[in-house]
Structures are given as structure tokens and as C-alpha cells.
Design a protein around this ligand. Structure first.
Ligand SMILES: C[S@@+](CC[C@H](N)C(=O)[O-])C[C@H]1O[C@@H](n2cnc3c(N)ncnc32)[C@H](O)[C@@H]1O
Length: 232
């Protein structure tokens, strides 16, 4: 299959995501496998904040998929804190170009994210705070520009869920290194969860050492299996 250059992260010689069914893939691996809807409803009832962490912001495809998922499930008055990290941030123009393939399905969500992202000075390291308002409620999007371990060290509160999406471990071993995943474990609430598209042994071992109990679940987009973990 022909892959246009702008879909490939030149730093890692790898695509940002599968270009065909990346929204459905995000829905399965990151939202449904983490039982996100039920957990969000419980958090709303208990009036407790719900925090998501992500390693690898890229073009924000998971954010767009999440906005769509929450909007289409008819949720209301939801507040989410979404903490992500990007070492090599792209321009808003490139983000729009990459996400353009999804515009027939999620044009409103794409525009909302790109508008918020335009306020970010991508040359400045550290936290950048954005706010995305949708029919389900508000996503407070905190993006750390810099290295993932720095972001984890500076994160004040543990997350309910982690989306681990930093290129495959062969292309980018750094984002799966044990000391980084150990911090992901420390920055996860007891009973919180993580999920990822890779089932590589090096990732499984590091997540187990970080305190997660792992299950392999059916894969999608050409993958036989994906991983989900619960923090003990
Ligand atoms: C597979 S892409 C993420 C795709 C993104 N979640 C999306 O859906 O659009 C992985 C991202 O992680 C970033 N990255 C890789 N290593 C990193 C590190 N050590 N710290 C922070 N970001 C990193 C890459 O630059 C890339 O944008």
C-alpha cells in the first residue's frame, strides 16, 4: 500500500497510525478494552475527576477518536483530564493534513482539536494546556512537549487509564524502556488500567514489573492480539 510521506514520523521511520481503520482501532484497544464508558459514568456519579494519560500524542488521532466516541454515546456533563506527551511536535497544518482522511466521519472533532492545538507554541517545552468543549462535556488536554519520562515525573496526579501508543518497540524502544513504564505504573491509580497495541515480550515484562496484571485480548487492524493491564 502506498503511504504518503506526511503520514510517516521521520524520526522513527514509522507511520503515526494505521491509515485505514485507526478510529475504530482506538475505540477497541483504548476505550472498549478499558471499559471507559462505564468507568466514566461511575466517576461522574461519584463526582471524582477522570484522568487519562497517553504516551505519544502524534497527530492527536486518539483524542479525535475519543471525542467521537463520547459524543456518539450520548454522554453529558463529562469532564476529562487528558495528559499526553510529544517529543517531536508537529505543526497544526501537518496535523490537519494527517487527520484529513477522517474528515467525512469526524470533521467537527478534528476542527475542535486543531483549533485548540493552534494555541500551542510547539517550540516551548513543558506543559501546554488546552480546552476542548463538546456535546459530552469538556476535555482538558494537557500536552507535555518533551520526553515522556520528564512528563511522567512532572505529572502531579495518578491517572485512571493509560493509552500506550509510542510506535512499535522495535522502531522506538525508548518509549517502552522499563524505567519509563515503571513510572507509568506509579502514576496509575490502584485498580486503574493501561492498554496498548503491542504484545512484545519486552513491553509485557516491563508492564508486569510496573505492577500491572496483563491480559491478551483479540486484536484488530491486522494484529492478532493487543494488551490490557490492571494495576494491582
Ligand atoms: C505512534 S505515534 C502516536 C500516535 C498518536 N497517539 C495518534 O494517535 O495520533 C508515537 C508518538 O510518540 C512520540 N514519541 C516517541 N518517543 C517519544 C518519547 N520518548 N517521548 C515523547 N514522545 C515520544 C513520537 O514522536 C510520535 O509522535
Amino acid at each position: 500500500m502506498f503511504i504518503p510521506d506526511y503520514l510517516v514520523n521521520e524520526q522513527f521511520d514509522d507511520r503515526y497510525f494505521d491509515v485505514v481503520n485507526a478510529l475504530d482501532e482506538a475505540q477497541q484497544i483504548y476505550f472498549e478494552n478499558n471499559n471507559l464508558l462505564d468507568r466514566l459514568k461511575i466517576a461522574v456519579q461519584a463526582n471524582t475527576p477522570f484522568r487519562i494519560g497517553e504516551t505519544g500524542f502524534g497527530a492527536g488521532r486518539i483524542v479525535v477518536a475519543l471525542l467521537e466516541y463520547l459524543n456518539k454515546n450520548g454522554l453529558k456533563k463529562i469532564t476529562i483530564e487528558y495528559n499526553s506527551v510529544e517529543l517531536f511536535p508537529m505543526t497544526s497544518e501537518r496535523m490537519l493534513k494527517i487527520l484529513d482522511g477522517f474528515k467525512d466521519r469526524v470533521v467537527g472533532e478534528i476542527n475542535a482539536l486543531v483549533e485548540a492545538y493552534k494555541s500551542v507554541d510547539i517550540t516551548v517545552t513543558g506543559w501546554h494546556k488546552m480546552k476542548v468543549e463538546q456535546s459530552f462535556g469538556t476535555l482538558y488536554l494537557n500536552l507535555w512537549i518533551g520526553e515522556a519520562l520528564e512528563m511522567l515525573n512532572s505529572l502531579e496526579n495518578p491517572c485512571d487509564v493509560w493509552f500506550l501508543d509510542g510506535h512499535g518497540p522495535k522502531k522506538n524502544p525508548s518509549i517502552w524502556r522499563p524505567e519509563l513504564l515503571l513510572e507509568v505504573g506509579k502514576k496509575t491509580k490502584k485498580g486503574g488500567t493501561c492498554s496498548t497495541f503491542t504484545v512484545a515480550g519486552v513491553v509485557k515484562r516491563a508492564l508486569i514489573d510496573a505492577g500491572f496484571e496483563l491480559v491478551k485480548l483479540p486484536g484488530c487492524g491486522g494484529k492478532n492480539h493487543v494488551l490490557q493491564g490492571v494495576k494491582g
